[in-house]
Design a protein around this ligand. Sequence first.
Ligand SMILES: [Zn+2]
Length: 265
Amino acid sequence: MKNEQQISAWFVFNSGQVLIEKQADGYHIPYGTEPPVPVPIGSTVHLLGELNGHPAKAYAIHMPVCGNEDSPRMMKDLRASWDILPLEEYKWAGKASQILNWDKNSRYCPMCGVPTVQISPIAKQCPECRQEIYPRISPAIIVLIRKGDSILLVHARNFRGTFKGLVAGFLEPGETLEECVHREVMEETGLTIKNLNYFGSQPWPYPSGIMIGYTAEYESGTIKLQDEELSAGAFYSRDHLPEIPKKLSIARKMIDAWLAGELPD
Ligand SMILES: [Zn+2]
């Protein structure tokens, strides 16, 4: 007797876009016993874990998938998939994207250049020198700075869009997260801050970051923008907010918490 085949959740990526399909209740990633499109030769199927009781699997394809009326499928930018996928599926798509990105960038040992071997879902090893290679995650801080009843909003040159968001920057070797917050704020705006409080964190799979959110209070200084990084920055009260980041981001979560009066004094 044949065993009933197990249904998997499939995360299929091509150039940063994830395959999604339209179902009766909206868009989802595809589920099924077989991969929704053929797995290319040389492409590894990665087991990510379990999603809603199903194995979650990911692989890369070399061509985007086109849907039709019978099979309403499409490729969607991971960032834009947040708008239409259930949150849980978006989160797993982010994880899948990071694993696939790591897989693509760790084919050869950085020490001796021989092909690596995957030894666990998130580890590879060099058969020569035994060096182990794990997915790299780059931590970055992000900080909401309050001054009276206003907050500091900036436009970074690398923002995708015209909105204004929060000061953020990558952690450097040897730094604590708190030191990083103080340094980034000083470098980018010339301000000193006080009363740092941890807010929360968010994986940011673009391509492999995590954002660590803090709130702080303005202490001293006048705004002097670091020109290479920021094109605008000022304190805004709630009545005069500019365009703010989309709901996807922890920046928006922090701004919304401030607007709702939910931040500690
Ligand atoms: Zn090696």
